[in-house]
Design a protein around this ligand. Structure first.
Ligand SMILES: *Cc1c(COP(=O)(O)O)cnc(C)c1O
Length: 413
């Protein structure tokens, strides 16, 4: 189609229908179109208010349009946006220093998304193994049901075959093993393995926490074979589980950690963190991205880290988690035919569907949405709750009220 902009194409009203007309159909977005948000409140085109227990998929952890973030980014917007990697900048240097001081890592690489952070981690692991051991050491081991992003490399490493169908040929030298299965890990992690990548808690795959004994076994197997252990903390990181990074509560330290989602609270940013010895292998010119770690991203990330990585903030995440778990356990206890036992860590919580209701998580969340509560699913069998970490007791009570009303309607209809 050809039209001049003065024909009104940029100002004519847009609706959910417009999505079906002009965007590729890779998503199936909700019927309502959100137009503004504040804290955990979202309003649609009709002015209807919703309570957001999705945080844009575990992203807006400090709430929508958080005033401190708005102030920080507004100041930076009026100061310096972007220069490219021929120059460094103060915000990214501050963020790099904050993240390396807060974690096991000594070095950071910044990019724009979780997939890119994992892509960098996997490329680094390959380069490290090739340099240190030779090109035979190139296999990547990952878990079934895992999710690591949608670039061809990361989606192939991810353990959900439905996401790679039709995109073949896929990169070679990848192995998938069942999650939380130590024996399977022992069999798969052989001398030709460059990296083992794992989510300390599987998010998209159904909100399944990794057993600490399992993560510890992965650490030992990596140490024995010279493979690098990569923790994908894109969803679990930046306070979501009540630790600044989930690994901190497991007693297991990875060699590489990837972070994104909540690190930018909605501004695109990704980070790969690693040790000095390993990080040095990404030498000049070996990897890069145009936007990665630009001054805007650095400013947002720094304010997010400053706010979330405090003992009192993280303690409140665990307190709020306890309240939601108590509500969900009560709900599941009263409706055992509909829900199984809730699981998860911190404010990343899964409520499995039970019995005849298996496969119907989306039907339930659609009813909740009609009643004013936005929820996620983690596959067809699990309802996922991931409210902003600043969720209040009143908002926890409101969500509980709506989830109860919705289950009655769900059973009736
Ligand atoms: C969301 C997610 C990714 C992908 O992040 P994008 O920013 O969508 O590329 C990778 N790993 C995990 C664990 C995730 O939850």
């Amino acid at each position: 189609m050809n039209a001049n902009l003065d024909s009104g194409v940029t100002t004519r009203p847009v609706t959910r229908q417009t999505f079906d007309e002009v965007l590729v159909p890779t998503y199936a977005p909700a019927a309502m179109v959100p137009v503004r948000a504040k804290g955990l409140d979202v309003w649609d085109q009709e002015g209807k208010r919703y309570l957001d227990f999705t945080s844009g998929i575990a992203v807006s952890s400090l709430g929508h349009c958080n005033p401190e973030l708005v102030a920080a980014v507004t100041e930076q917007v009026n100061t310096l946006w972007h220069l490219g990697n021929g120059y460094t900048n103060e915000p990214v240097l501050r963020l790099g220093r904050a993240l390396t001081e807060a974690t096991f890592a000594d070095r950071a690489f910044f990019c724009n998304s979780g997939a890119e952070a994992n892509e960098a981690a996997l490329k680094l692991a390959r380069k490290y193994a090739h340099t240190k051991f030779g090109p035979h050491k190139s296999r990547i081991v990952s878990c079934l049901s895992s999710f690591h992003g949608r670039t061809l490399f990361t989606v192939s490493v991810g353990g959900q075959p439905k996401y790679t169908e039709g995109f073949e040929p896929l990169p070679p030298e990848l192995s998938h093993i069942p999650y939380n299965d130590i024996e399977a890990a022992r069999a798969a992690i052989t001398d030709d393995v460059a990296a083992v990548i794992v989510e300390p808690i599987q998010g998209e795959g159904g909100v399944i926490p990794g057993d600490h004994a399992y993560l510890k076994a992965l650490r030992e197997l990596c140490d024995q074979t010279g493979a690098l252990l990569v923790f994908d903390e894109v969803q679990s990181g930046v306070g979501r589980t009540g630790a600044f990074y989930a690994y901190m509560d497991t007693g297991v330290t990875p060699d590489i950690l990837t972070s994104a989602k909540a690190l930018g609270n909605g501004y695109p940013i990704g980070a790969m963190l690693t040790t000095e010895e390993i990080g040095m292998h990404l030498n000049v010119g070996s990897h890069g991205t145009t936007y990665g770690g630009n001054p805007l991203a650095g400013t947002v990330g720094l304010k997010v880290v400053e706010t979330i990585n405090t003992p009192s903030f993280l303690a409140r995440v665990k307190e709020a988690s306890g309240k939601i778990f108590a509500n969900l356990e009560k709900l599941a206890g009263e409706y055992p035919q509909v829900f199984g036992k809730p699981r998860g860590l911190g404010l990343l919580i899964g409520l499995p569907m039970a019995g005849d209701y298996k496969g119907r998580s989306k039907d339930y969340t659609k009813i909740c949405e009609k009643m004013g509560l936005m929820l996620l699913i983690a596959g067809p069998d699990v309802v996922r709750l991931a409210p902003a970490l600043v969720v209040s007791d009143e908002q926890i009570a409101e969500a509980d009220r709506i989830m109860r009303e919705a289950v009655e309607a769900f059973i009736a209809g």
